[in-house]
Design a protein around this ligand. Structure first.
Ligand code: ZN
Length: 334
């Protein structure tokens, strides 16, 4: 099953798939400390839906400037994928590389640093709408930074004859097995240096690239084609509407097994980091009081639900995600 978003008459593929991005943002709300959690919980459906909006900007309004924010082709910055010489900020990146290069090679880590700064400012000024919008966006980019193929030049396996591996890893796998994952990450932490932390995040994610590609290569070579890909009645590989081959349920299961918990680990990493970045921005803004940004009645009305959802989260679950919102509706296409 592949989930796509239909908005404004067009269909859109989403990084991490909607399942991943929405669960990351939603779970991050529960990991927040008690001074922040009730405010974020009041808007948890917005935060959940906002998780996919940065991808919508790419496609639905064809915002070209949005594309490079979602990835970094690390090998274009360093042939060995070494992050130690990587710029720490967008300003530094702009001073060292031409815009055309940055637009091609991707700017994901500096986008994360930038959005964190904007979120800090929004907290300081206690601008409710901006806080929610930027926090949602930040969760999306941090999610992308935990997807190995978002940090690699060979981002869809095309260079190694493995086209479709991107959607397999971030879409088919979590959509098939994510419900069994444990998303509890404990309470959040303060980050001393956002730029360094972001660079380390990219580094750790990038170290998984080789394994992801190798597992797929070996597994696909061990099975006949009809067990790897969904075939139509004429024996041709079924593609989704973006031209990516669709893998069989059995292949998705075996691939997931061989990944040995990698998807769950990356998802949990993204949740822990998202809450930590939100928390750090709030601390750096001087820990502004968020309790009067909403009517007291709203927070009071949500108190009981928050308590029961928190219990659920401690068991690793984040409750129901509403599949429809202002941005379109989810449909099954496979
Ligand atoms: Zn993205």
């Amino acid at each position: 099953m592949i989930l796509v978003l239909v908005a404004g008459g067009m269909t859109i593929a989403l990084a991490w798939g909607p399942w991943g991005h929405q669960h990351i943002n939603r779970a991050a709300v529960f990991a927040l400390p008690s001074e922040m959690r009730p405010f974020f919980y009041n808007h948890i459906d917005f935060i959940t839906e906002e998780a996919v909006v940065p991808d919508l900007r790419k496609y639905s309004i064809n915002d070209r400037a949005e594309f490079p924010r979602h990835y970094i082709d690390l090998e274009l910055y360093d042939p060995n994928g070494d992050v130690s010489g990587l710029p720490l900020t967008m300003k530094e990146a702009r001073s060292r590389y031409a815009d055309t290069f940055l637009n091609k090679a991707g700017t994901l880590p500096w986008t994360i640093v930038d959005v964190t700064e904007k979120l800090t400012k929004a907290f300081r000024e206690r601008k409710k709408t901006e806080i929610l919008f930027l926090a949602g966006d930040l969760g999306h980019y941090i999610g992308d930074a935990h997807m190995p193929l978002h940090t690699a030049l060979n981002h869809d396996g095309v260079m190694t004859g493995q086209k479709g591996i991107h959607a397999l890893w971030e879409g088919q796998v979590p959509e098939s097995f994510g419900e069994a994952y444990n998303l509890y990450t404990g309470e959040t932490k303060y980050i001393k240096d956002i730029a360094q932390e972001t660079r380390a995040m990219i580094d750790s994610t990038h170290h998984l690239v080789e394994r992801v590609l190798a597992i797929d290569k070996e597994l696909a070579a061990s099975m006949p084609k009809e067990k790897v890909y969904l075939l139509d009645s004429t024996g041709r590989v079924v593609n989704n509407q973006y031209g990516d081959p669709v893998h069989t349920a059995e292949y998705v299961r075996l691939f997931h097994e061989r990944l040995g918990g990698m998807t769950e680990q990356q998802l949990r990493g993204a949740i822990a980091e998202t809450s930590a970045y939100w928390y750090t921005a709030w601390v750096n803004a001087g820990k502004p009081d968020l309790s009067d940004l909403d009517p007291v009645e709203l927070t009071e009305r949500n108190r009981k639900n928050l308590e029961s959802d928190l219990k659920l989260w401690k068991k690793g679950k984040v409750g129901m995600i509403r599949a429809t919102g202002d941005f379109g509706k989810w449909v099954k296409v496979q």
